[in-house]
Design a protein around this ligand. Structure first.
Ligand code: ATP
Ligand code: MG
Length: 254
């Protein structure tokens, strides 16, 4: 089982879209995937249409028992195969659990990961913050994937996210490794985007910038509004992003 935290400090860069795109690619390859929605906005939960009424990730964090974790595992509404996607739902109450204090904070989720079985891939969708919720995901993961868009502010946020990954490696999770940075919403004809990708490459090294970058395509917004994995949409725009996720999946899981 490979566990991957998808994070960024900057909001709206595409963390949830990357989690769902990778989950879709994994399903198409026959993998069993679990998405854990650590964001109080609950965007991944709503798109995956988790069953209502089950314990959420907030319950799991608060109560910390095997029974709650196992009943929080919910089938998602995506009708795709040959693999399958389950979800642990997000919860608006998560806002109360994002406070973090250096030296006093202890991960609650990491000790519970051994209770999960039957999944090839676990993806954490993180909120746009580097507080306790993102740190829970990092402490429980083997890989961290940073998502950015090609802009000045997003690149600054990526730098801060990398520092947080290093902190967690040192303090709580020595097996965590940065799988790399996914650059999303790239317009191939925008000079500013080319410049920002060069800047990222210069600052972090070519090996850290996962290839391919994800192009800006309306299909991701269409997939979101229809609640379907993007690879099932069948348009050229959908094929462009789906092939990027297919190529990124083994790099994220390596
Ligand atoms: N490559 C893309 N092309 C076009 N639209 C995109 C792309 N990636 C993401 N979007 C759109 O941008 C919006 C923000 O994406 P998303 O919700 O995935 O970002 P996020 O980082 O998870 O946001 P938050 O920080 O609020 O959790 C969504 O409406 C999504 O459909
Ligand atoms: Mg999101």
């Amino acid at each position: 089982m490979r566990t991957v935290a998808v994070l960024s400090l900057k909001g709206g860069v595409g963390k949830t879209s990357v989690v769902l795109g990778l989950a879709g690619a994994a399903t198409a390859q026959g993998l069993a995937t679990l998405v854990i929605d650590c964001d109080p906005q609950c965007n991944a939960t709503s798109i995956l249409a988790a069953e209502l009424g089950q314990p959420t990730i907030a319950d799991v964090l608060e109560r910390g028992t095997r029974g709650v974790l196992e009943t929080a595992l919910s089938r998602c509404a995506w009708e795709v195969g040959p693999g399958e996607v389950d979800v642990i739902a997000g919860d608006p109450r998560l806002v109360n659990l994002d406070a973090w204090g250096r030296g006093t904070w202890r991960p609650r989720l990491a000790p519970m990961m051994g209770w999960l079985s039957g999944y090839d891939l676990v993806l954490f969708d993180c909120p746009p913050s580097l507080g306790a919720l993102t740190r829970e995901a990092l402490a429980a993961s083997d890989r961290a994937v940073i998502v950015t868009s090609p802009s000045f502010f997003a690149n600054q946020g990526a730098q801060r996210a990398i520092m947080t990954v290093s902190e967690i490696v040192e303090s709580h999770n020595a097996r965590l490794r940065l799988a790399g940075i996914i650059v999303n919403r790239v317009r191939s004809n925008a000079e500013e985007h080319t410049f920002r990708i060069r800047e990222l490459t210069r600052d972090h090294g070519r090996a850290q910038i996962l290839q391919p970058v994800i192009p800006e395509r309306i299909a991701l917004q269409q997939a979101e509004s229809t609640g379907q994995p993007v690879h099932t949409l069948g348009t050229q725009s959908a094929r462009d992003v789906a092939s990027a996720f297919r190529a990124l999946l083994p790099q994220v899981m390596a």
